[in-house]
Design a binder for this molecule. Structure first.
Ligand code: FAD
Length: 517
């Protein structure tokens, strides 16, 4: 079988390659640069992204290098008064990772790249710049410039993770909707001790709102990061000016050293189409999101949770091509009208624009479920019901990410709901295991379990397919009635919630795969 071609080894290309590795799909990754990126860009990783790291086997490697935080602060800059912080302690029963991370992108990317060591020879190709490509009936032929001349590679699909200036998007002639704003931000990394010698007690991620000059302060694992807007037409500040600005923000401190600065423009742009036959746009190639509330890279990682399992199901011969259409249908509105518009509103609120503040107040934008991206609901059934905003502890709905709570298996071990979804659809039948319910036979890519507060007796015949839900904690959290079956997808999202004994789960599963229209 021809490999899947991944173009671009930024965070989204690397995560996509790791996902393909996880699903055992042969791939080739191509990056024009001679090394992985050392650019200073993203600094905050949201909880849902950490769950993606777990799925693809690198959560521990990332966590070792990151700073975990349980509070996102909102502060009035003029008065230093704290507005309500977002507290991630509310996520303790939702996820194994009830925190967000501060970790600079240039520290993250080597961890992602390291996790790819050991893949087949020729899978990782640096100094390969995609020049052109064409689609054939059953694949894609891509041409690359390399230091040794041009080369041509055949693949089954081409995944464009080649960033905001995507060559692939350009060659497909795909329009980009939205705008590049006439606004620049400045990001400054500073060595300064605000913990011990000059204690400030700011939350490690703090948004200081101000109509004149707002600021975001991020405690990185090895320094402090300041991010603020540049006045229109202003020159980049000199190191001395930055130092004095930093002192203005944080007050007088004993020692302060500017170690890095970056200036960048703000974009709010979405590709009008994300798929053309065997070519898919992912990450910044598909959506450029205002860098606010850490929604750029983290929205790209959502793409890497959605498309790879679909490709796996199609390449294994389990699903029809139509399964691949769900990727753009689900992720595009989320990026365009979810993350994109939320980030833009957050930018306006930081600058004191009252209309945006009104749009956000009274909503659930400032709670931990929403800000961690655990509250994402995908339009899994084409009904248009998607959302990025979620009230904490709302009952489960179709399209929601299922909470990652613990259950106990028939071998005496503990298993988490998301573990069950690793490389599988899962039908959870919430019913009384003592009554020996009939479970559908497993199909390729579908497993079924009974979930009950009663442990399955050894002579029930269900021990291998039963999970103990102590005190019905999971059932209560999901807010489902007894005798309900919940069908989960390999990306932890709910495909269906049905009364038991109605629609056959096997038939529904095949319909989702395009096999039983
Ligand atoms: C200053 C700043 C701060 C940010 N902060 C945050 C944050 O805190 N949280 C967050 O979630 N997001 C943040 N973002 C956004 C985040 O950095 C991007 O969303 C993220 O880098 C996108 O990853 P990507 O892999 O899609 O694209 P990129 O990182 O742009 O990677 C694309 C890769 O493709 C390669 N490439 C391009 N063309 C070709 C070609 N023709 N052939 C081969 N290779 C090619 C490039 O060399 C590059 O390595 C920030 C962005 C900026 C600029």
């Amino acid at each position: 079988m021809k490999p899947v071609l991944v173009v671009g080894a930024g965070p989204v290309g690397l995560m996509t390659a790791l996902a393909l590795k996880f699903y055992g799909i042969d791939f080739r990754l191509f990056e024009e640069d001679g090394s992985f990126s050392s650019d200073t860009k993203a600094g905050t990783i949201l909880t849902r992204t950490v769950e993606a790291f777990r799925r693809y086997g690198l959560d521990r490697a990332v966590l070792q290098r990151a700073l975990r935080l349980d509070e996102i602060g909102e502060i009035e800059r003029a008065t230093n008064a704290r507005r309500a912080s977002v507290l991630t302690q509310n996520l303790i029963d939702e996820t194994r990772f009830p925190f967000v991370l501060n970790l600079p992108q240039h520290h993250l990317e080597p961890v992602l790249a390291d996790a790819l060591t050991g893949v087949a020879d020729g899978a990782i190709n640096l100094k390969h710049r995609l020049r052109s490509f064409e689609q054939t009936g059953d694949g894609v032929v891509a041409r690359f410039d390399t230091p040794d001349g041009r080369c041509e590679v055949e693949g089954s699909y081409l995944l464009a993770c080649d960033g905001g200036r995507s060559t692939v998007r350009g060659q497909l002639g795909i329009e980009v909707e939205g705008a590049s704003l006439d606004i620049r931000y400045m990001l400054v990394d500073i060595k300064v001790d605000l913990d011990y010698s000059n204690p400030r007690d700011y939350p490690y991620l703090a948004y200081f709102a101000d109509p004149q000059e707002w600021m975001i302060l991020v405690r990185q694992p090895h320094c402090w990061r300041f991010l603020f807007p540049l006045a229109p037409g202003a020159d980049e500040a000199t190191p001395a000016e930055l130092e004095s600005k930093a002192r203005h923000f944080i007050g007088d401190v004993s020692a302060l050293e500017v170690i890095n600065t970056v200036t960048y423009r703000v974009h709010h742009r979405i590709a009008s189409r994300w798929r053309q036959d065997r070519v898919f746009l992912m990450g910044d190639a598909a959506h450029l999101i205002t860098p606010m509330w850490a929604l750029g890279l983290n929205t790209g990682v959502l793409d890497t949770l959605n498309l790879p399992w679909r490709l796996a199901w199609v390449l294994r011969g389990w699903a029809e091509d139509s399964l691949l259409d769900g990727y753009a249908r689900e992720q595009r509105p989320l990026a365009a009208h979810g993350s994109g518009e939320m980030a833009e509103a957050a930018r306006k609120v930081m600058g004191g624009e009252s209309a945006a503040a009104r749009a956000m107040s009274g909503s659930d934008w400032a709670n931990a479920m929403t800000r961690s991206m655990l509250g994402v609901r995908l339009d899994v059934d084409g009904s248009g019901q998607w959302s990025i905003v979620k009230t904490e502890r709302e009952a489960l709905r179709v399209g929601d990410r299922v909470p990652d709570m613990a259950l106990f298996d028939g071998h005496g071990g503990r298993t988490y709901v998301h573990d069950l979804c690793d490389d599988s659809f899962v039908a959870l039948h919430f019913t009384d295991v003592r009554r020996r319910p009939h479970l559908p036979a497993d199909l390729p890519g579908l497993r079924s379990y009974v979930v009950s507060r009663w442990d399955a007796p050894l002579d029930s015949g269900l021990r291998e397919h039963a999970l103990l839900d102590v005190g019905n904690r999971l059932l209560d959290r999901l807010g489902c009635a007894a005798d309900t079956v919940v069908l989960l997808r390999p990306d932890d999202h709910v495909a269906a919630i049905l009364p038991m004994g109605g629609t056959k789960i096997e038939e529904l599963y095949l319909r989702i795969l395009g096999r039983n229209q």
